[in-house]
Each structure stands twice: as C-alpha cells, then as structure tokens.
Design a protein around this ligand. Structure first.
Ligand code: CP
Ligand code: NVA
Length: 303
C-alpha cells in the first residue's frame, strides 16, 4: 500500500511521473479529452484545519476523473469524542478508496497510514505539504522548463511548505536557497535527510537579498501558519525584513516568477503590488493543484 505523507515517500522517478502526468491531464482536459479513470471510486477527505484550495481542488479533480468524494471535518466524526485514529483508519478503509488528511501533527498522518488499507494523502500537516510542493514545481516547469537548471529562493518561514520544497529540491536536484530569520529555520532533521541524498543544492541564509540574487523563482508563504495564531504578532516583527516586495524583486532575474501557495496576507509576507504584478503566477499555481492532485489520485487509486 502506497501513501503520500511527505515527498520522501516518492522516488525521483515517481515525482517526475506525477509532474508529467499532471501536465498531460491538464492538456487533455483543456483540449476536450476528459479522462474518467476513477469512475466508481470514492475519495474521503478528513480535515482538522480550514482549506479552500486543497479541499476544493481534490474534490473537483476526483469528480472530473469520474469519482466521488465525502468530506469530513474532525468534529463530524467520533474521533472528536475520543475514537482512536487506528480504529478510524480501519473503518474508513472499508468505505472509501483513498483518504486526504489535513491535520496538525505529522504523527496523525503517519498513524492513519500505519493502520489504513487505503492510500493516505497528506493534505497539509505542521511538518509537510507534499501536494503543494509537487504542484508548485509543476507550475515552475510550465513557466520555466526543467527545474534542474534553476535557482529557487524561499523567503520567510522554514515551515511545512518549505520542508516539501526542500525534499523536492533533493529529489529533482535543483538549487534552493532559503532566507529565514534566526530561530525560524527549517527542521534540521529534514534538512539533513535532504542533504544526505547528495542531490540538489540546499542553503540557508539570513539575508533575503542573498537568496533572491539571480533567482529564477521566488517563493514565499504566510509568516504564521495555521495553529500559530498566538505567535502572529511576534512573528510580524521578526519577519518584516523578509517581505517579498518590488525592492527585493530587483535582486532576482528580470524574468523571475513569484509563487505563493495562498492564502496570502497582503502587506505582510508579500505586497499587493507583487502579488498582483506581472511576475506573479499564483493563480496558475492554485489551478495546478487540481491537475496535480488528479495525477496523485490516479497513481494511488488506479495504479
Ligand atoms: N495552498 C493551500 O493549501 O491552500 P488551502 O489552505 O486553501 O487548501
Ligand atoms: N504554511 C501555511 C500553508 C497554508 C496553505 C499553513 O500551514 O498554514
């Protein structure tokens, strides 16, 4: 049984397959050649945090492929009254063909994967957002071609999305320079594991200009992730020098693209001018989540 709990669950070949399949599905549907490869299959979604893109793109993608979906918020389930995860995993495995989970601890995703007899897909945890890492790189490929030749800058928090990007850099072998304030670096274990693959070039710097210098891709995310609301005010002070604005963009290549997984906080991690500007690709990036999720669902459910 295969799961997608983090990027490192996938080999380089599998990452490439999913990216190529997603691009092909997008093209096929746009040219009026829909695929119904998941007809009769049911996708469950178990979410403990809010979601616009991940939820709706998984549900829409599943339906485009001929399948159907059941959305469950934690509070709707007996899980909220103490039913163990291992029981929930085994019961849901009897009803649905795969389960997307959005939760806090990565250990929740791992525990479900351990007990389920269906594929478990991490739709964001505090540690990883693998589907985001995959669909973001799909957008980069669409706009810039082979990521292996590119310099990617990550500006801001060393968070879940950053971790998935680190693992993508190790799988595909591209340069990723992360500018994070001291105390907000990516998880050292994830970084060490990625570096031990010997693929990709991973660097942590303090100065966002150094990360962005000569970059082809600039990527940022919120300063306070879901679950960190109490730290938001403190983080605003710490992260202010890490705003992606037009001054910072001047250090990148003139044709650099700007990514943000959304939702964005205009005036915090990114300015309105950059988010709505000509270098921003965030709407295509949001769309591509759906095509990539469709590739993941096909691969995990239909094989
Ligand atoms: N990018 C992303 O995961 O967005 P949602 O929180 O809306 O799903
Ligand atoms: N890092 C953000 C991503 C939201 C899609 C969070 O976890 O809230």
């Amino acid at each position: 049984m295969r799961h997608l709990t983090r990027i490192f669950d996938l080999t380089t070949e599998e990452v490439k397959h999913l990216l190529e399949r997603a691009l092909r599905l997008k093209e096929a549907f746009k040219f009026g050649r829909p695929r119904r490869t998941l007809k009769g299959k049911v996708l469950g979604l178990l979410f403990e945090k809010p979601s616009t893109r991940t939820r709706v793109s998984f549900e829409a993608g599943m339906q485009k492929l001929g399948g159907s979906t059941i959305f469950m918020s934690r509070n709707d389930l007996q899980l909220s009254r103490g039913e163990p995860l291992k029981d929930t995993a085994r019961v849901l495995s009897r009803y649905v063909d795969a389960l997307v989970v959005r939760t806090f601890g990565q250990e929740v995703v791992q525990e479900l994967a351990r007990w389920a007899s269906i594929p478990i897909i991490n739709g964001l945890s505090d540690k990883h957002h693998p589907c985001q890492g995959l669909s973001d790189v799909m957008t980069v490929m669409e706009k810039k071609g082979d990521p292996g030749r590119l310099k990617v800058a990550w500006v801001g928090d060393g968070n879940n999305v950053a971790h998935s990007w680190i693992e993508m850099a190790a799988r595909l072998g591209f340069e990723l320079v992360l500018a994070c304030p001291e105390g907000y670096d990516p998880d050292p274990e994830i970084l060490a594991e990625a570096r031990s693959t010997g693929k990709g070039h991973l660097e942590i710097v303090r100065d966002p200009r150094e990360a962005v210098k000569g970059a082809d891709v600039i990527n940022t995310d919120v300063w306070a992730s879901m679950g960190q609301e109490e730290e938001a005010e403190k983080r605003k002070q710490v992260f202010f020098p890490y705003q992606v604005n037009s001054d910072l963009l001047r250090y990148a290549k003139p044709d650099a693209i700007v990514l943000h997984c959304l939702p964005a906080h205009r005036g915090e991690e990114i300015t309105e001018e950059v988010l709505e500007g000509p270098q921003s690709v965030v709407w295509d990036q949001a769309e591509n989540k759906m095509w990539l999720h469709m590739a993941v669902l096909e691969w995990l459910i239909a094989g």
